[in-house]
Design a protein. Structure first.
Length: 369
């Protein structure tokens, strides 16, 4: 069986690491061999956002690099679609495996679907119900053309069922929904020991449970000066009582540097983007996490760290309902109120599977093949 895995952005490398490891473990048993071909679209293209992930997470090096980063949504998706189609024509895979909700995800799914190659979507069924988000369009369209929809939660399954999935199709192609759990939970369980043993908080002058970790990267925040200023002002206030460490992408740092409130960054511990293992280390020992990242919301939950989400909505409603996460948007007052009044819930329910999601995905594909 031949699988082509389409990757392009940092969260996808984390998810793919779990499935690639399951494939290697399967092949090591001498079972029916699976060949995985990795296509890296280049959507994230600097070293800390891309190459270092392959190295430290032991993901096989990409077989193809498309270098499609740094473009607008239309140009990026179109160029990926063209190049992925050519690869599929040459490789003739049995499956195309796509992850999440990026332009890379949509391009891979569309290219495969048009060529009648089966598509498996990992992290299917998520909805923010905010059509202003490019990610929402990507995930909805990817789900629509996928054959296997691997959901991370029961909520994701219900979202698909409410939209009418599985859809009847004139091609009579099977379309199945399965709640396999979250592959990011697999990754967290596998790498957390390594993170604690190999990365010291002293590297950043931090102590256990003595700091807040923050990330800001979504366009809705970084491209809106008013939202960005409101968030940074809230962070500088929080920093007076709890030190904040802020890994900041060069693009975001450049945007802030050109705005009137750029001096506020000097009050925070701003560092360059960090690797996955370093991120895990900072997450697990933080007192609280503030982020607009979907993946970090979940990882905060996995590590039992309270989270404040700097967005107007979240796909991970389970973290809200269980009290581990609060959504504040970019409001300075809301952020400060959530920080001052957060508490650690007494219960920590498991919404995201048993840490064997990757194996379940692989077994499903093998059974179908």
């Amino acid at each position: 069986m031949k699988i082509i895995t389409i990757l392009g952005a940092r969260p996808q490398f984390i998810k793919a690491a779990a499935v690639s490891r399951a494939i290697r473990e399967h092949n090591a048993k001498g079972s029916y061999s699976i060949k995985e071909i990795i296509v890296h679209t280049g959507q994230h293209y600097d070293t800390n956002m891309s190459d270092v992930f392959f190295e430290e997470m032991d993901i096989p090096k990409p077989d193809y690099r498309l270098e499609c980063g740094g473009l607008g949504h239309g140009a990026m998706t179109g160029r990926m679609l063209e190049k992925i189609e050519e690869i599929l024509a040459n490789e003739k895979p049995d499956w195309v495996l796509v992850y999440g909700d990026t332009n890379s995800t949509l391009a891979g799914a569309l290219a495969a679907s048009k060529m009648h190659i089966q598509v498996a979507h990992v992290e299917a069924g998520l909805r923010s119900f905010n059509m202003a988000m490019p990610e929402e369009m990507n995930r909805i369209l990817t789900d629509r053309v996928s054959n296997y929809l691997f959901c991370p939660t029961e909520t994701a399954v219900k979202n698909l069922e409410q939209e009418g999935f599985p859809f009847p199709t004139v091609r009579k192609v099977k379309q199945e929904i399965s709640n396999v759990g979250d592959v990011m939970y697999d990754a967290t369980l596998f790498y957390q020991k390594k993170a604690k043993e190999t990365v010291s908080l002293e590297k950043w002058g931090l102590v256990e449970n003595g700091y807040a970790l923050c990330t800001i990267h979504r366009a809705e925040n970084t491209d809106d000066p008013n939202r960005l200023q409101s968030i940074i002002k809230a962070l500088t206030t929080i920093n007076k009582s709890l030190p904040i460490i802020l890994p900041l992408h060069p693009r975001t740092k450049k945007i802030i540097s050109e705005l009137s409130f750029a001096n506020l960054l000097t009050f925070l511990n701003v560092i360059d983007p960090i690797s996955y293992i370093e991120t895990q280390r900072l997450e697990m020992s933080a007192k609280v996490i503030l982020t607009d990242s979907g993946g970090m919301q979940k990882e905060a939950f996995f590590h039992k760290v309270p989270c404040i989400t700097l967005r107007d909505e979240t796909e991970w409603v389970e973290t809200l309902e269980s009290g581990w996460n609060r959504v504040t948007g970019a409001s300075e007052n809301n952020i400060l109120d959530s920080f001052e009044n957060y508490s650690i819930p007494k219960k920590h329910l498991n919404f995201y599977g048993d840490g064997q999601s990757a194996s379940k995905i692989l077994q499903t594909l093998l059974n179908e093949y």
